[in-house]
Design a protein around this ligand. Structure first.
Ligand code: SF4
Length: 420
């Protein structure tokens, strides 16, 4: 049997698709780009645009693979099952139950299963997924979110926080190290809440310690972080491990305190800036990246100007800026002061100019210094700080080498190998 697959959305979705593929391969399925027996779409609902792209992907895969069974899962089908069913989904699951989803595909029976995400209490462990060939693996340690930011549908599609036990985190990391992965990206929907559902309530630092100590020769990179989890003790514990990458992706969303409050974010800009300083104290010159929503309802020109000034002050390596997207059912969808699409897009472009400048400055600050690079193909890899690095020599994939940085084009670093 052959399958074709398309994934939309976040790293967790990518991870889960890779797990689905691994389970299908175990049962003798093969990947194909045409003539599939089953087409699989792992959908996303984080913005209205992702919903539109999810619908488009289902239609496209169906058209490219006439007669194939259509199997759909993910956040968009969790949120809009009737709509997905009307597109001809034979197997329709939400954002949970991936093992049963694969079982249903294998049985090739038309089936619908969208559960109540708020009733999920147990973390569903899935095989770890690989990105960048065999160099970097994702390890999902947490699912769900209890934060209810006013713009976000995720708590309604993923349910409450569920975590992988510390022992299972360590075992999965050990397995990935034995398989030869050189970097593990610790991921989840909201990993800062890791452990609140587990006996004894371990925290994210406990999970990172368990993973880093189980895979001592492997680089450990953290996925998107709520800034509130970063305390002095957290930084101290992570820095002491020695194999945690000096790169932190912080969920910022706005650089204006009024807007953060209306987003129901749990920090203000002073607290966020303190987090950046603390991380830099324990991980000198670390790469900081962030997410930013432009044009949140009621965001005035003055609010947005504050945001631009704030991100510049933080000195990020990169900021993923995107326009606010109305998600029906969320509080922000009913807030006054909704901005026109053109204004939201204009603000993304304005943020883009600041972001490009910050990136250039940060990369330039590495010229003349040495970075440690995990090579993903012959000439290219990423430093621990998550800077793309290119060299002239050909380096074997999966090798970690020291590179002296000789220049930058504002996007990547260029350099020469210094170790032999
Ligand atoms: S923390 Fe906020 S933005 Fe992130 S998944 Fe939870 S509700 Fe959504």
């Amino acid at each position: 049997m052959k399958y074709a697959v398309y994934t939309l959305g976040c790293k967790v979705n990518q991870y889960e698709t890779q797990a689905i593929e691994a389970m299908l391969r175990e049962r003798g399925f093969e990947h194909t780009s045409s003539g599939a027996d089953v087409v699989i779409v792992n959908t996303c609902a984080v913005t209205a645009e992702s919903g539109r792209k999810s619908r488009q992907a289902i239609r496209r895969l169906q058209a490219d693979n006439p007669g194939a069974l259509t199997a759909v899962c993910g956040c968009f089908s969790q949120l809009e099952p009737e709509e997905v069913a009307s597109l001809g989904a034979d197997i329709l699951f939400g954002s949970g139950d991936k093992h049963a989803f694969v079982d249903a595909i294998v049985k090739a029976l038309p089936e619908q299963r969208v559960d109540d995400p708020f009733k999920r209490r147990v973390f569903e462990p899935l095989p770890a997924g690989a990105v960048s060939g065999r160099t970097r693996a994702m390890l999902k340690i947490e699912d769900g979110c209890d934060n209810f930011c006013t713009y976000c549908v995720i708590p309604y599609t993923r349910g409450r926080v569920r975590s992988l036990s510390l022992a299972d985190c360590a075992e999965a990391a050990r397995d990935l190290a034995v398989e030869g992965f050189r970097e593990i990206v610790v991921t989840g929907i909201e990993i800062a809440s890791y452990g609140k559902d587990l006996p004894g309530k371990p925290g994210l630092a406990d999970a990172i310690e368990a993973i880093a100590q189980a895979a001592p020769g492997v680089r450990i990179r953290l996925g998107s972080l709520e800034p509130t989890v970063v305390t002095e003790a957290f930084c101290q514990r992570l820095a002491a491990l020695g194999n945690v990458c000096p790169h932190f992706h912080l969920s910022l969303q706005s650089g204006c305190d009024d807007t953060l409050k209306r987003m129901n974010r749990k920090y203000d800009t002073a607290g966020f800036y303190g987090v950046c300083e603390q991380l830099r104290r324990y991980f000198p010159r670390c790469g900081l990246t962030a997410d930013l929503i432009c044009g949140f309802p009621g965001e005035s020109e003055g609010n947005f100007a504050q945001t631009l000034a704030f991100i510049e002050r933080c000195g990020f390596l990169f900021v993923h800026a995107f326009p606010y997207s109305v998600r029906p059912g969320t509080k922000a969808a009913d807030m006054p002061g909704q901005l026109p699409k053109s204004e939201k897009e204009a603000r993304v472009r304005r943020a883009g100019e600041v972001i490009a400048r910050m990136r250039r400055d940060y990369l330039q600050s590495w010229v003349g210094k040495t970075v440690s690079v995990l090579f993903e193909n012959g000439h290219m890899g990423h430093s621990g700080q998550y800077c793309p690095v290119k060299v002239d020599d050909i380096v074997e994939r999966g090798c970690i080498r020291d590179v002296l940085v000789t220049g930058t084009d504002g996007e990547s670093l260029f350099g020469t190998l210094t170790d032999s």
